[in-house]
Design a protein around this ligand. Structure first.
Ligand SMILES: Nc1ncnc2c1ncn2[C@@H]1O[C@H](COP(=O)(O)OP(=O)(O)OP(=O)(O)O)[C@@H](O)[C@H]1O
Ligand SMILES: [Mg+2]
Length: 397
């Protein structure tokens, strides 16, 4: 009996100990489960964060104006942003760009950083700078591919060329008359006869005038470009036309060219800087007279125009019967120092700044300038400016 009781006791003891061990294991397992869940949660959060980063990165790549192309280690393109697709769409440029990209990805996979300039003849004509950057460490065999960056450098190249031309042109424009002035003055030194000295002095005045004009044009242009706070006063269009016509008449008369100002709409007014507006119209008239022949007529005309959106505009036009401008040059005549044909305009002594000034004046007044021309039969330049409102008109005098 006692043995049986002891045996039952032992069994119970073993069972209790077993239960205790099981309970401890269960708790340990529960703790492990909790740890695993926490770890899983952390991993999930990390995955969400990295997906967000990847989306942000892709959106950023999609938004930048540079073309971005990524190739994997086999050279296969695995990503190209919208800007890169645009470059590839360039007419006639597609094949050229595609080949360059493939070759440059090859360079990048080899671990080389290379770049290349591509000229696309368009239209539009463009210059692209394409750069290859290796991804990963190609040197240790851990390269992951290549990054290609495509940049449209057409505007930058054009500005560089304009700046280069600017320095060359301005040096030339000042050097020629200053050289002539020196020679004329030297000749004058040895002369007493008024028959000889008088024409020499006259030529000196003309050369000095030319230097002065170039410097005036440059100052005017830099003043307008610097964006001096524009004056906003009501200005009667007819007064602008009359003011510019009065300024050009002496030169026009010398060339036997008649300048006619047609009467325009009564009271047509614009808001702006009278001095700048007269200067713009004078530059258009100066060209009309310079590029016309004796007995031609230059006409100044104004009209009120209503645009499709209901806005009211004043249009100031200068019409000539002169030599006209070839179609291929029409876009470019408003650029600084651009002169259609140096040979034909050499005798007219200009700098090529006049129309650049007109364009800036138009811009300062929220307007624009345009040209229509037929070679051999004349040109019409139109300066379009927002017309003043009725209450502003009332102040014009
Ligand atoms: N009315 C016109 N008829 C024919 N050609 C013109 C006319 N206006 C401008 N051009 C052409 O456009 C070019 C640029 O004109 P722009 O007024 O800027 O320069 P410019 O007259 O040569 O010199 P500047 O005005 O500085 O004295 C001229 O050289 C000329 O070839
Ligand atoms: Mg001019």
């Amino acid at each position: 009996m006692a043995v049986a009781i002891v045996a039952v006791g032992v069994v119970l003891l073993v069972a209790v100990v077993g239960l205790l061990v099981l309970d401890r294991r269960r708790r340990a397992a529960t703790d492990q489960c909790a740890d695993l869940e926490t770890e899983l949660e952390r991993m999930r959060a990390r995955a969400v964060a990295s997906a967000t980063h990847a989306t942000a990165l892709r959106e950023a790549l999609d938004a930048i104006p540079l073309g971005v192309i990524i190739g994997d280690r086999t050279g296969t393109v695995i990503y190209r942003n919208p800007a890169a697709a645009l470059f590839l769409d360039a007419r006639h440029g597609e094949a050229l760009v595609e080949v360059a990209i493939r070759e440059l990805i090859g360079d990048a996979i080899q671990g080389e950083r290379t770049s290349r300039s591509l000229e696309l003849f368009g239209p539009p004509r463009r210059v692209l700078e394409v750069q290859a950057v290796p991804l990963g460490d190609a040197g240790t065999g851990a390269g992951t591919g290549g990054l290609i960056v495509v940049e449209d450098v057409s505007d930058r190249r054009r500005l560089e060329a304009i700046r280069r031309d600017f320095v060359a042109n301005i040096s030339h424009e000042l050097k020629t008359p200053v050289g002539a002035l020196g020679l004329l003055a030297e000749t004058l030194l040895g002369e007493d006869d008024p028959e000889v000295t008088h024409p020499l002095a006259e030529r000196m005045v003309a050369e000095a005038f030319r230097v002065n004009r170039t410097i005036d044009d440059l100052l005017e242009l830099s003043r307008i470009e610097a964006g001096e706070a524009p004056v906003r006063q009501p200005v009667l269009v007819q007064q602008v036309l009359d003011g510019a016509a009065d300024r050009i008449r002496p030169a026009a008369t010398l060339r036997s060219i008649e300048v006619v100002v047609e009467p325009g709409p009564l009271g047509l007014t614009v808001m702006g800087d009278r001095r700048q507006l007269v200067s713009a119209m004078f530059n258009l008239l100066d060209n009309a007279v310079k590029y016309s022949e004796p007995d031609h007529v230059v006409t100044l005309r104004s009209s009120a125009v209503c645009a499709e959106d209901g806005s009211a505009w004043a249009e100031l036009a200068v019409v000539d019967q002169g030599m006209g401008i070839p179609a291929r040059d029409l876009e470019r005549v408003f650029e600084r120092f651009y002169r259609v044909d140096r040979a034909r305009s050499r005798g007219t002594g200009g700098t090529g700044l006049g129309l650049a000034i007109v364009r800036h004046v138009a811009g300062n007044h929220h307007g624009d300038v345009s040209v229509e021309s037929q070679e051999g039969s004349g040109s019409t330049f139109r300066l379009r400016l927002p017309a003043a409102l009725a209450n502003e008109e009332a102040q014009a005098g």
